[in-house]
Design a protein around this ligand. Structure first.
Ligand code: LLP
Length: 473
């Protein structure tokens, strides 16, 4: 029976283990008269039948609405202090052709951090001038490609990169707009931030070199220096860390701006979402105002004009728009101190959602194919991989009668799940299906075992005959 003793302190026993906490599910997610979860107007049983499980489902209207809301919130806040804001969608959260179209149609630019992400954004028709290119180790070939494509901004991440980008632009006969990524010494996650004088991490340059390196950038005629950039972390719930970071950056910004105009300040992404009912991120409108006011105050203090602001949200655009569907294969109660923990094993796992194993992330889940009157019991949703850390949802109350064949839906898997997916144990990566107004379409094809076999050159007949000849020789 249900045990509450082993549950983590933040997890409450629900009154109704079928209920969908609005903040973790797509806005229009609901149950139909038969108790089935409905996403984008389609019962998930139909999705599972048509596309199989595991399956990533993305609510298109939800992504579009969240992208529009981020843009409106950040632009309104910027306007309230007398400036403007550009918003780039951070593609690392989840990038595909369809997603690029949805976010760009909502008015966002696209932030990419590898040649592959750049290729997808360009192939999907993102306007090059509205693409930002990041990365702590961009290859010269990647830089050249970005410059040639007319990428709007390249974020210089280290001293070495100043010359690399300047040379690539000079070779192409172009002037490249660039930012300089700086560590403000503020590292934030959820509602806490840590402020140190230096951050011990691979990204960016330290704040005390920002003026020197900014000046160096300005010395290159092939570079157009837009301003400083900072990203303080991810899954942040309020504006305090951003404000502290902006305050620190503005001292360097002001010093550079006094020499010649420095038009922009990019404060990165990192706005948090609710993964469980216990998460309570401050609404983006409030966070945005907090940030804009901190920047306005800093500029007044330093006596410099307000720069335009730029942001790069990823998770907050796509996170809660995504749901993963699984089929339960086995269920076993395991005796633990104080009661039982029920292990429900599903047909995916750490290959489609690495975040639980990698970060100890928490998720919410529900039986998706039906409702149940059974009392809630403490479940752990495990995957099918050969590893005990292969957990999808560490702790969740589900109706006690979860049974093989049930569909489980895990909420808020839209960000950093498909993008971190892998083929551990030769498990093919699932398809991504977009749902909207009662229609479903595949936006990323799932892998098959044939795809896995096709890439294994050692299975080639020619490779085997080579080996045989070698052995004979
Ligand atoms: N800008 C920069 C420079 C970044 O490094 C990141 C995320 C973002 C924007 C977008 O941050 P977001 O708004 O999505 O929080 N795999 C981890 C998150 C890694 C974030 C890396 N950088 C996770 O699954 O939690």
């Amino acid at each position: 029976m249900a045990s509450t003793d082993a549950a983590p302190p933040w997890l409450r026993t629900p009154d109704d283990a079928n209920a969908l906490a609005p903040k973790v599910w797509p806005e229009r997610a609901h149950r139909d008269a038969d108790g089935r979860l409905v996403l984008g107007g389609i019962p998930v049983t139909e999705l599972a039948e048509r596309f199989g499980t595991p399956l990533y489902v993305v609510d298109e209207a939800d992504v579009r609405a969240r992208a529009a809301r981020m843009l409106a919130a950040l632009q309104t806040a910027a306007a309230s202090v007398g400036t403007s804001a550009t918003v780039y969608y951070a593609g690392k959260a989840f990038l595909s052709g369809a997603i690029v179209r949805w976010v760009t149609e909502a008015g966002l630019g696209v932030d990419v951090c590898s040649g592959g992400e750049l290729a997808i954004a360009l192939a999907a028709g993102a306007e090059p001038a509205r693409i930002g290119f990041h990365g702590n180790n961009k290859s010269v070939a990647e830089i050249e490609r970005a410059v040639a494509a007319g990428v709007g901004t390249i974020v210089i991440d280290s001293e070495i990169e100043i010359e690399r980008v300047a040379d690539a632009a000079a070779r192409a006969g172009l002037v490249q707009r660039v930012r300089l990524r700086v560590n403000s010494g503020v590292h934030a996650s959820t509602h806490e931030f840590l402020a140190t004088s230096h951050e011990d991490q691979k990204f960016g340059v330290s704040l005390d070199r920002a003026v020197e390196l900014g000046t160096r950038i300005r010395s290159h005629p092939s570079l157009d220096f837009l301003g400083l950039h900072c990203h303080i972390g991810s899954q942040i719930f309020d504006s305090a860390g951003f404000a502290e970071s902006a305050e620190r950056l503005l001292a360097a910004h002001a010093e550079l701006a006094r020499v010649s105009p420095l038009p922009e300040l990019n404060l990165g992404g990192g706005f948090g979402i609710a993964y469980t009912a216990a998460d309570d991120p401050t609404p983006i409108e409030e966070i945005a105002l907090g940030i804009a006011e901190a920047v306005a105050t800093g500029c007044r203090v330093h006596g410099v004009p307000l720069p335009k602001l730029a942001f790069e949200p990823g998770r907050s655009v796509v996170g809660t728009a995504g749901v993963t569907l699984y089929t339960v294969g086995t269920v076993k109660p395991v005796p633990i101190e104080g009661g039982w923990r029920h292990y429900a094993s599903v047909d995916g796992g750490m290959s489609d959602n690495l975040r639980t194993a990698l970060y100890g992330a928490h998720y919410s889940a529900r039986i998706a194919s039906r409702e149940s009157d059974a009392p809630p019991a403490l479940f752990r949703i495990a995957g099918k991989h050969c590893e005990s850390g292969d957990i999808v949802v560490d702790a969740e109350y589900l109706p006690h009668d979860v049974t093989p064949g049930d569909l489980l839906a895990v909420a808020a898997t839209g960000a950093y799940c498909w993008s971190l997916a892998n083929n551990y144990n030769h498990v093919p990566r699932p398809a991504v299906v977009a749902v909207r107004d009662g229609a479903a379409r595949v936006i990323v094809r799932g892998e098959t075992e044939a795809d896995l076999l096709a890439r294994d050159a050692g299975l080639d007949a020619s490779d085997r005959s080579d080996a045989a000849e070698g052995a004979d020789a």
